[in-house]
Design a protein around this ligand. Structure first.
Ligand code: NAI
Ligand code: MG
Length: 486
């Protein structure tokens, strides 16, 4: 990745160089990394044609054959992980050691769906003089649009279940983070039939909207902002195709006074807020700390936040690196100012810092704001290293506040009382509740949101149902007696 180059799109197993291009930029240095194909309606058309052909064949393959190739892909990605992680560190600005973990999770997704499809059983039952078969069939060509924060996992969450279920995919990465997905396409195209996995780079309003409105696309899957989620939903509604959405979050992370290892909880709560430099829909961004332990907890939390090593994304010692872009960085700084304006107390952080040699990057200090739940900084997704701290004393009121946001993606609970943990988990409006360990996403654990956090669940067996539909076939051994008397 030392010299900038031209990157193609992948259509029908071939590399396609577009006339129009746009730059890929190193997030921390601002150095150009290459030119990307600026795809549009024409490329979408070509990709739909190629994908349609490929899908018809693929739908006929045995589940075992699909599993074999998914496992080969997992092996190849595992091999390529250090290389892919370096690409993301440059392109996205994420710290390399963290991206290595993303790839482990991604690789596990391909293996998981390889296993899940082989274990999938259609259902049927005898009926008088016959048999009913209800089987799952693929939808066809699916259009998938992903964001920039965790390319490895975003690609895996979309591609693995879609391919396992017998579809072909047209995947559009984010314009700020396409390089590792192109490398993924190169690897995947050596393994899968031509046209099964197509990757089109470009902008949302151009290639993205051409993809969502194309009549040959049978399903839309999206991860990103609620604003664009609504646009995608409308595109799906116009053509009456199913849409699955994974949108934002403002997840509560709740500390009860009976925790027995405060240092561990402080560390885990900070990790919940700072993974991916805070650019995660799942981030635990509202930390509810009980009054009885508040002072001591917050002292430890602030000290831990100040110890976080901010630095070069490619340095394995770095614990927090830069945000994806100047506009995301400015958005986060503006939110911090909004917090000050509405009376939040900045306990630590709040500033952009300069890292030598990476002056272009938006490195923002881990920022802890003492807030109440009604402030904008406690209600809106900031997508940066900013934590809203909320003091609580009464359980019912705390639960009410924890649920009082438009989102419902994740939640965390720390307590040593199992009964309390389970009762609290039941009362939280969240697709994922993690007790005593934030981000505890093991393979097969359903992932997706309630309320405005989205529609559908990824990362689990149920996801195969999002990428297929039921078809009933009823068999009778004899044609019935005449209905109309002769
Ligand atoms: P975005 O929603 O604009 O971008 C996500 C993807 O949608 C990109 O691939 C983009 O090209 C595409 N897109 C944009 N407009 C489109 C259109 N009209 N038709 C089809 N595709 C379109 O997200 P953005 O602007 O990068 O981030 C804004 C905020 O969204 C963040 O600050 C964060 O709060 C939230 N977000 C949430 C994510 C999540 O994981 N749920 C991921 C990224 C952002
Ligand atoms: Mg970039």
């Amino acid at each position: 990745m030392s010299t900038p180059q031209n990157y193609p799109a992948y259509i029908g197993g071939k590399t396609i160089y577009a006339q129009d291009t746009f730059p890929a930029i190193n997030a921390s240095t601002g150095r150009p990394l290459g030119q990307l194909a600026r795809c549009g309606a024409k490329e979408v058309d070509l990709a739909v044609q190629a994908a349609t052909q490929a899908q018809q064949q693929w739908a006929q393959t045995a589940y075992e054959a699909r599993a074999l190739l998914l496992n080969r892909l997992a092996d190849a990605l595992e091999q390529a992980t250090p290389h892919l992680a370096r690409i993301d560190a440059e392109d996205v600005g994420r710290r390399v050691s963290e991206v290595m973990i993303d790839y482990q999770i991604a690789v596990a997704q391909y293996r998981y769906f390889a296993a899940a499809i082989v274990a999938h059983e259609d259902f049927g039952r005898p009926i008088p003089d016959g048999y009913l078969i209800a089987k799952r069939v693929p939808l066809g060509v699916v259009g998938q649009i992903i964001p920039w924060n965790v390319p490895a996992i975003m690609v895996a969450l979309k591609v693995a279940p879609a391919i396992a279920a017998g579809n072909a995919v047209i995947l559009k990465p984010d314009e700020n983070a396409s390089l590792s997905t192109l490398e993924f396409a190169r690897i995947a195209n050596d393994i899968f039939p031509a046209g099964l996995i197509n990757v089109l780079t470009g902008f949302g309003e151009e290639v993205g909207s051409a993809l969502t409105s194309h009549p040959g696309v049978a399903k839309l899957a999206f991860t990103g902002s609620p604003e664009v989620g609504r646009i995608i939903s409308q595109a799906g509604a116009k053509r009456l195709v199913p849409v699955s959405l994974e949108l934002g979050g403002k997840s509560p992370n709740i500390v009860f006074p009976d925790i027995d290892d405060m240092d561990a909880v402080v560390d885990n709560a900070l990790f919940a807020a700072l993974y991916c430099n805070g650019q995660s829909c799942l981030a635990g961004t509202r930390l509810f700390v009980h009054d009885a332990i508040y002072t001591q907890f917050v002292e430890k939390l602030v000290a831990a936040a100040r110890r976080v090593r901010i630095g070069d994304p490619s340095d394995s010692n770095t614990q927090l690196s830069c945000l994806i872009s100047a506009s995301q960085g400015e958005k986060v700084l503006k939110y911090i100012q909004t917090g000050r304006d509405e009376g939040a107390n900045v306990l630590t952080g709040g500033q952009r810092v300069t890292v030598a040699g990476h002056e272009h990057g938006y490195f923002i200090e881990p920022t802890i704001l003492e807030t109440n739940n009604r402030m904008r900084v406690a209600q809106e997704e900031i997508f940066g290293p900013v934590l809203s701290l909320i003091r609580w004393s009464e359980v019912d009121e705390m639960i009410k506040q924890a649920n009082d946001v438009c989102y419902g993606l994740a939640a965390g609970i720390y307590t040593s009382n199992l009964k309390n943990a389970m009762e609290t988990a039941d009362r939280l409006q969240a697709g994922n509740v993690w007790i005593n360990r934030y981000f505890n996403l093991t393979s097969g654990s359903p992932f997706g949101g309630m309320k405005e956090s989205g529609i559908g669940r990824e990362h689990c067996r149920e996801t195969l149902n999002m990428y297929s539909e039921l078809k009933a076939i009823t068999v009778q051994t004899t044609v019935p007696q005449p209905w109309f008397a002769p």
